[in-house]
Design a binder for this molecule. Structure first.
Ligand code: ZN
Ligand code: ZN
Length: 276
């Protein structure tokens, strides 16, 4: 949870870019030039977020773009969305956010993610400026309702589920990065956060550096859901999507518990060539 002090500080001082230190003249501490330079995955697959070759992606809308791998063996989640590619300088910024308590860095990246997520489809382009203040809940509901009524538009998820940390690691780190990211999405879209639904019951070692198979073994039965679901559309929120072992495990548990669908929202996607 963002501290009140941080919210106040953010409101009082003019934006200064976290990368080049220039004054940004935006309600975001990231200048437009640095934001444009941040790496993205071009033509991402709707299901797994990996890049599809430009030639294969030609003529396909964002929504119908699915890679060959996902056509053969789709992941259990219906879509994934990441704002950035997990390469320089995003990997460094995320490390500062998680390991050095740079909550402002995380907040800036999460605000960019929230905005890109919200405006990813053409029918969703509402030209909403990035605001310092969260949208008032009633306005957010109105926006959500009008978007939902749009024919052919993609419905928003019902709940944001930050991937939980094991209590021991949460105590060590002092905050859950996934919750900070979900906070920014909630502030822009009004989608509720549910951090009670899912609990981490085993303290699995970090996934970093493990092979895909080892990651799947490592994460098996790491989560427990605290209640049955009734068709809710969930969005699992995390910092980085790599092999998808963690979110696949949780997606299966959620679908077994009655979730209608599960999608994944992360700050960054690791390109396939950089898994290890
Ligand atoms: Zn800058
Ligand atoms: Zn794919």
């Amino acid at each position: 949870m963002l501290s009140r002090l941080m919210r106040v500080t953010f409101g009082l001082f003019p934006g200064r870019c976290i990368l080049c230190q220039a004054s940004t003249a935006r309600a975001l501490d990231l200048c437009i030039h640095c934001e444009t330079d941040l790496p993205m995955i071009p033509f991402p697959c709707r299901r797994c977020g990996q890049q599809i070759p430009q030639r294969a992606a030609a003529g396909l809308s964002d929504d119908s773009r699915v890679c060959g791998q996902c056509l053969i063996k789709p992941p259990p989640y219906v879509r994934s969305f990441s704002a950035f590619a997990y390469t320089q300088p995003i990997n460094q910024l995320i490390a500062e956010f998680k390991n050095q308590h740079q909550l402002l860095v995380g907040r800036v990246l999460a605000m960019v993610l929230a905005r890109r997520y919200y405006h990813q489809d053409d029918v969703w382009r509402l030209n909403t400026p990035i605001t310092r203040e969260p949208i008032k809940p009633r306005l957010a509901t109105r926006l959500k309702t009008s978007i939902k009524a749009e024919p052919g538009s993609r419905p928003l998820p019902d709940l944001l589920i930050p991937i939980p940390l094991h209590p021991t690691r949460l105590k060590f780190r002092g905050f859950n990065q996934a919750h900070e990211i979900a906070d920014a999405i909630n502030a822009l879209t009004g989608i509720a956060i549910d951090d009670q639904l899912c609990q981490r019951i085993t303290e699995s070692p970090p996934q970093k550096g493990l092979s895909a198979a080892a990651r799947r073994r490592n994460i098996k039965q790491a989560f427990q859901l605290t209640r049955k679901l009734q068709g809710e559309r969930l969005a699992l929120v995390d910092d980085v999507l790599t092999t998808g072992a963690t979110v696949s495990e949780l997606t299966r548990s959620a679908l077994n518990a009655g979730a209608g669908s599960v999608e994944i929202i992360t700050l960054a996607r690791t390109p396939k060539s950089r898994y290890f």
